[in-house]
Design a protein around this ligand. Structure first.
Ligand SMILES: NC(=O)c1ccc[n+]([C@@H]2O[C@H](COP(=O)([O-])OP(=O)(O)OC[C@H]3O[C@@H](n4cnc5c(N)ncnc54)[C@H](O)[C@@H]3O)[C@@H](O)[C@H]2O)c1
Ligand SMILES: [Zn+2]
Length: 344
C-alpha cells in the first residue's frame, strides 16, 4: 500500500494506492454518520460491502451528471438527517466522485467526504486534484467547486469487474501522464503492455501509483490551472472536440488527440519522429485509436469554442521529447492553417 499526501490551498488529501476497499473503516471518522453515494452498477457488484451503510444511489452514465441529480442527493441527505456530523463516501467512477464531491461540498456549505475510486480513469485522474462538479448548458463540468476529499482509496482489485472499454479508456490517461512527465513510466508501459492488459495485480498497482504521483505533482504546483496544470490537457484540445462530435469514449478521443498533438510536436517543436512512432505503437497495443473519421473542419470549429481558449488563442500542449512538454500559445488562425497537416 502506498499513501500519497497531496496538499493544495491548505487542504490535505491522502490518495491510497494498493489499498483494499475492505479497509475503508480504518479511514472513516469514528463519531460521524457515514453515507455512501454510488451508482446502480457499482452497487450491484459490491452490494455486500456498500449496503452495510445508508446508501444514496444515482443513475449510471454521463446523462446523470446534472444539477437535478445533485438535488436528488440533497433530498436524500435531508431524509437521512445528514448534517455537518455526517461523512460522505463516494464509491464509484469519475462520475460518481465528481457529482458526490460537489454535493458534499455544497450541502450545508460543505460536509467532509472521501472516495473509493472504482474505475481506472477515476483512480489515476478524476480522484486527484479536488475538482468536482456537473455538466450544465451543454458544457462539461461547467458548474463545480475545488475541494479535496479527505482520502481516496484506489483498489486495483476493483478493476477486475470493470468492462474492457472502461479499462482501456483509463489507460489513455496513463499514457498521457507518462508522455508529459515520465519517460521511465512510458518505458514501463511499453515493456509491460501484455501484463497490463491481463490486469496483473502488481503491474496495475505500480502503474496506478506512478500515474497518481504525476498528477499529484502537477496539481500541487498549480491547483487552479493557471500554468503547469495545463500540461494535463495534452491530447485534450482536439480530443474533446472528437469526443463531442463522434461519441467515442473519452479515452479513445484523447488517444487520437494525443496523436495529433504528437505529430504537431514533431512538425513544430522538434519532437523526434521515433517518439511519434512509440506513442502510436503503445496506444495501438492498448487497442486505442490513433486516427478519427470526424472531418477536420468540424474538429476545428469545435476546438475554437473550447472553454479553455483565451480570446483567439489556445494553449497547445506539445512534446519536445517523451516526458517533456512545451506549451505553445497558438492563435486559432494558425491552428486552422496547420491542423490538416497533423490530423492524421
Ligand atoms: N474531477 C476530475 O479531475 C476529472 C478528471 C477526469 C474525468 N472526470 C470525470 O469522470 C467522469 C468519467 O469517469 P469514469 O470513466 O470513471 O466514468 P463512470 O463513473 O461513469 O464509470 C464508467 C462505468 O463503469 C461502471 N463502473 C464503475 N466502477 C466499476 C467497477 N469497479 N466494476 C464495474 N463497473 C464499474 C460505472 O457504473 C459506469 O457504468 C466524467 O464525468 C469526467 O468528466 C473528472
Ligand atoms: Zn481526460
Amino acid at each position: 500500500m502506498y499513501a500519497l499526501k497531496i496538499c493544495t490551498n491548505g487542504a490535505e488529501s491522502c490518495v491510497l494506492t494498493g489499498e483494499s476497499f475492505h479497509r475503508l473503516g480504518a479511514y472513516l471518522p469514528k463519531d460521524k454518520q457515514v453515507i455512501i453515494i454510488t451508482d446502480g452498477n457499482v452497487r450491484k457488484f459490491y452490494r455486500d460491502f456498500i449496503d452495510g451503510f445508508p446508501v444514496v444511489e444515482i443513475g449510471v452514465g454521463e446523462q446523470y451528471k446534472t444539477l437535478r441529480t445533485v438535488e436528488n442527493i440533497y433530498a436524500a441527505l435531508l431524509d437521512l438527517n445528514a448534517d455537518r456530523n455526517s461523512f460522505i463516501v463516494a464509491v464509484g467512477g469519475g462520475l460518481v466522485c465528481d457529482v458526490a464531491g460537489f454535493a458534499a461540498s455544497t450541502y450545508m456549505r460543505g460536509i467532509p467526504f472521501g472516495f473509493v475510486s472504482t474505475t481506472l480513469l477515476s483512480q489515476v485522474d478524476a480522484s486527484v486534484g479536488g475538482k468536482n462538479g456537473v455538466n450544465f448548458g451543454g458544457y462539461k463540468n461547467m458548474v463545480g467547486t475545488f475541494n479535496q476529499p479527505q482520502f481516496v482509496i484506489c483498489d486495483h482489485e476493483m478493476l477486475n469487474t470493470l468492462p474492457d472499454a472502461e479499462f482501456v479508456s483509463g489507460l489513455a490517461e496513463i499514457v498521457k501522464a507518462a508522455a508529459i512527465r515520465d519517460a521511465a513510466l512510458f518505458d514501463y508501459l511499453e515493456k509491460n503492455a501484455d501484463e497490463i492488459l491481463a490486469r496483473k495485480a502488481d503491474v496495475l498497482s505500480h502503474m496506478i501509483e506512478m500515474s497518481v504521483k504525476i498528477k499529484a505533482q502537477v496539481v500541487e504546483n498549480d491547483e487552479r490551472e493557471q500554468g503547469e496544470r495545463r500540461i494535463l490537457n495534452f491530447g485534450h484540445t482536439f480530443g474533446h472536440a472528437i469526443e463531442v462530435l463522434s461519441g467515442v469514449s473519452h479515452g479513445e478521443a484523447v488517444s487520437v488527440g494525443m496523436m495529433i498533438a504528437a505529430r504537431w510536436s514533431a512538425g513544430e517543436c522538434g519532437f523526434p519522429l521515433s517518439g511519434v512512432q512509440r506513442l502510436e505503437r503503445l496506444l495501438q497495443r492498448f487497442k486505442l485509436p490513433v486516427t478519427s473519421t470526424v472531418p477536420v473542419v468540424d474538429v476545428l470549429q469545435s476546438a475554437a469554442k473550447d472553454k479553455k481558449r483565451e480570446n483567439s488563442f489556445i494553449h497547445l500542449v506539445l512534446l519536445s521529447n517523451i516526458g517533456k512538454t512545451e506549451i505553445r500559445k497558438t492563435s486559432v488562425d494558425e491552428i486552422s492553417k496547420k491542423l490538416g497537416n497533423y490530423y492524421g
